[in-house]
Design a protein around this ligand. Sequence first.
Ligand code: IPE
Ligand code: IPE
Ligand code: MG
Length: 237
Amino acid sequence: MIMDGNGRWAKSRGMPRIAGHHQGVEVVREMVKSCGSMGIEYLTLFAFSSENWRRPQTEVRLLMELLKSALENEVKKLHRNNVRLRVIGDLAPFPKRMQKMIVEAEALTAANTSLHLQVAVNYGGRWDMLQATRKVAEAVANGELTPESVDDTVIESYLSTAGAPEPDLFIRTGGESRISNFLLWQLAYSELYFTQTLWPDFNASELRKAVEHFSGRERRFGRTGDQVELAENVSDA
Ligand code: IPE
Ligand code: IPE
Ligand code: MG
């Protein structure tokens, strides 16, 4: 999910942008709950992009504070609810204390078996492919891999989402129809769903609408519709 539209939500109410981000955190809580109860196994949320540093310094600072307090306040609750947390993105620019909190939260929840929650911070799809490429190059340089053995599976094993399935459904709120450097590799065959609803107004019933839209799609993965139907009839029999 690209959680977009917080700023506009606040602005339309004559409130500062950060008020929209605060409301956005409430919606994150609701989504974690709803995904859990709908049986969705993986949820990846775009919280801060590698390009969001370009925003005014005060907004960046407030967003970082919000992230820190969310970590402080929510991890125990996530753990109680059997949620596994993983933070994806380039964590190097964050304070050591925050990096430590993230490592500890991931370790605490590592064995949890309900929702896998991935939060993307300082994340960019190009960054992800770049850091994976570097690791592949290193592995080739030190003889662990041959260039010929590098395939999709190898690349995927170095992406920050390694181990998670490709997303079935991509949702972007806030009315823009773009990917904004989110999961570029991983979204290759995802169904894309865009809604005008601003993130702070997004809720469980909007989520159900998106999932219903997804259920109505035929996923062909390059094949023809007839082939897909045939394969479905065989697996039903
Ligand atoms: C998304 O909402 C949250 C972040 C990018 C952190 P925006 O802050 O982009 O809200 P709009 O798009 O300006 O309304
Ligand atoms: C995408 O939203 C990033 C996040 C939601 C974290 P933006 O608001 O930053 O995207 P653009 O700038 O409109 O493409
Ligand atoms: Mg935006």
